[in-house]
Design a protein around this ligand. Structure first.
Ligand code: WT7
Length: 633
């Protein structure tokens, strides 16, 4: 067994070499740090052509035994989850490992009592409560595949996801609280389920005590079901194959509807545990706070599975950074003596705009490590975070990864890897990045940029997209032969350090949320009077990228009611996170003779850089560009 944790830069270099020269030996050594019901027959078999990747084949395990049972003896009374409510005047709640184990077992029994079986798909649509983590772990306990849908998505988005995975159970809450807003959840589920025939049970956690409709025979209260157990909390963990599905998480791409990214039990467990322990240099007793929502991959990997498999204490926050004021994060850090804070550039930028006097009012001396994820962090935000939050004593781990990678791929190991503002620095052991040009030719050496690909599998790589393996192949493995294509552009500087420059495909990153242009266009086009639209991103001070919509709606030029109808349609079809920031009505879009929209030109116009639009001679109607330029917002 090789020790999980790297402590020095020399150890990092040794681990990295080992992982490249003998990947199977390397990962087997790491996997030995976890508990398996049966060890693997084969560490890895793979090809990126189909693709077909299997880690720890033949091994048997249950991830919840690694996250819960194995800690009971040594860490049973240690806090596993510290829940911080939206309203600072409401009491926070702590669940020890023993308590979390018990609650997971009990809710797993509730699922079973309601007909859930191994392999079933269960949709979870909940606010940030301990019960969200409990629901996730309870699914894993019985071998059901969870599909968590972020609480900000619309009824239509839920319906699409439930139908795609044919979920038979939905777990939700009556309502939730996020900042000053009440989140209606159950009514949204009710609306979604009018389109979903596969669901026969809805389990509702009572949180907001708002009045909701309960459909007889279908809807039941979480708390009532727990009561019915009469204190029974015996629920042995289902034995899972290393390559059995653990969960599905939907994410946007450049085309079509969101894809259900599939992760499996063994590799995902090893990868999230390993990366958590190393990147954040977690030590027993540390308090770790990840501000993401469990509805995104960051929450899956670094609120639930990674930290819990390492016996960490995790702060789970129900609210938003600016409620009741822009000091809320710092208040939580002070209150719970947080040692490790993992957040997003968009949150940092928004808090930065409220001034450094705010964090200065709090005792942030407990902080040892800071983390950033979700989008490129600009140097100004990096320095603000370093100066005003870490007081130049807490190394910043800028972590690059994706829903599809399962865990962190390129990042400094806190305190071990020298950091550089704006750089995710170096690949973690086991990660083999490669930069390629448009034709897939490798760009070697340093001081270069290109499209970022990965040339060798790591345990956390996605295995498929649910129900459509060909789509997985097309999206990630077909662009460049024998490479996993990330969709990101990347620079490797003279020191070999990596800086992710942003998406090179038609995917936007708005406040760290991934948004497909095709999805937004589709939602806009459903608006009455809209003929066609094109979406591009533009630099936005707080969100990183804003959404700029060019819309053809002949009868509604500059018309507010059409704008409102467009915003309403996007909110209904996707959710408020995908609402355009700017809408410009145009009479035509710049298209090539073959009918392809030239987004390059629209991007320039949206950025306000109209001086050099490049070659427009291949356009069907070059005059349209002048018109758009003159009407730019
Ligand atoms: C995309 C993945 C990974 C969890 C959150 C987002 C961008 C992510 C960074 C970073 C620059 C980053 C990339 C990536 N991204 N982290 N540290 N620096 N860009 O997961 O929704 O799957 O989005 O987010 O463009 O491809 P996701």
């Amino acid at each position: 067994m090789s020790s999980l944790k790297i402590g020095t830069f020399e150890e990092y270099q040794q681990a990295y070499e080992h992982s490249v020269n003998q990947p199977e030996d390397f990962w087997a050594g790491i996997a030995d740090n976890f508990i398996w019901k049966k060890k693997w027959d084969n560490v890895l078999s793979w090809n990126f052509k189909d693709p077909d990747v299997k880690w720890f084949e033949g091994a048997k395990l249950n991830i919840t035994e690694n996250c819960l049972d194995r800690h009971l003896e040594t860490l049973g009374d240690k806090p596993a989850i510290i829940w911080e409510p939206n309203d600072p005047n409401e009491k926070s709640r702590t669940l020890t490992y023993k308590e979390l184990h018990r609650e997971v077992c009990q809710f797993a029994l509730v699922l079973k009592n309601n007909g859930a079986k191994k392999g079933d798909r269960i949709c979870i649509y909940m606010p940030m409560l301990p019960e969200l983590a409990i629901a996730v772990l309870a699914c894993a306990r019985i071998g059901a595949i969870h599909s968590v849908v972020f609480g900000g998505f619309s009824a239509q988005s839920i319906a699409d996801r439930v139908n795609d995975a044919q979920c038979n159970i939905v777990i939700t809450a009556d309502g939730g609280f996020r900042g000053p807003k009440d989140l209606p959840l159950k009514p949204v589920i009710d609306e979604a389920l009018t389109q979903c025939s596969s669901v026969d049970k809805v389990i509702v956690f009572k949180r907001s005590s708002t009045s909701v409709n309960m459909t007889k025979g279908r809807d039941i209260w979480w708390q009532d079901e727990i009561e019915k157990l009469n204190n029974n909390a015996e629920c042995p963990a289902e034995e899972m194959d290393a390559e059995d599905m653990l969960f599905i998480l939907y994410t946007s791409g450049s085309t079509g509807k969101p894809k259900g990214v599939v992760h499996t039990c063994g590799g995902y467990m090893v990868y999230t545990g390993y990366t958590f322990a190393n990147v954040f240099q977690y030590n027993q007793g540390d308090v770790y706070f990840c501000t993401a929502d469990i509805g995104w991959i960051t929450g899956h990997s670094y609120i639930v599975y990674g930290p819990l498999s390492q016996g960490a204490t995790v702060v789970l926050f129900e609210g938003v950074p600016t409620y009741p004021n822009a000091g809320r994060f710092w208040d939580i850090v002070q209150k719970h003596k947080v040692n490790i804070l993992y957040t997003a550039p968009t949150a940092i930028r928004s808090l930065m705009s409220s001034g450094k006097e705010i964090p200065a009012k709090y005792d942030l001396s407990s902080l040892k490590v800071l983390g950033s994820v979700g989008e490129p962090i600009n140097e100004e935000a990096w320095h603000w975070f370093d100066d005003n939050i870490g007081h130049n004593k807490a190394p910043i781990a800028d972590t690059w990864w994706q829903t599809e990678t399962g865990g962190i791929m390129i990042a400094p190991i806190a305190g071990v890897t020298k950091t550089k503002p704006g750089f995710a620095t170096l690949p973690l052991p086991g990660v083999q990045p490669i930069l390629v040009d448009e034709n897939g030719k490798e760009i070697t050496g340093n001081g270069v940029s290109g499209n970022l690909c990965i040339k060798f599998p790591w345990p956390g790589i996605l295995r498929t997209t649910y129900g459509d393996h060909e789509r997985c192949r097309q999206a990630y493995f077909a662009t460049y032969k024998d490479l996993y294509f990330t969709g990101d552009g990347c620079l490797r500087d003279d020191d070999g350090y990596y800086r992710i420059t942003g998406r090179v495909d038609d995917v936007l990153n708005v406040s760290g949320h991934r948004i497909g242009t095709a999805e937004v266009e589709n939602a806009i086009n459903l608006t009455q009077g809209v003929v066609e639209s094109a979406i591009v991103g533009y630099p936005h001070d707080i969100k990183g990228q804003g959404i700029y919509a060019f819309v053809i709606a002949p009868d509604a030029k500059g018309d507010d009611s059409t704008c409102n109808a467009i915003l309403a349609s996007v909110t209904k079809v996707i959710g408020p996170i995908a609402k355009p920031d700017k809408i410009q009505f145009v009479s035509g879009l710049p298209k090539t003779r073959s009918g392809k929209i030239m987004r390059r030109i629209l991007r320039k116009i949206a950025e306000g850089d109209t001086s050099n639009l490049g070659d427009t001679s291949t356009l069907l109607d070059p005059a349209v560009v002048d018109e758009i330029k003159n009407g730019a917002l």
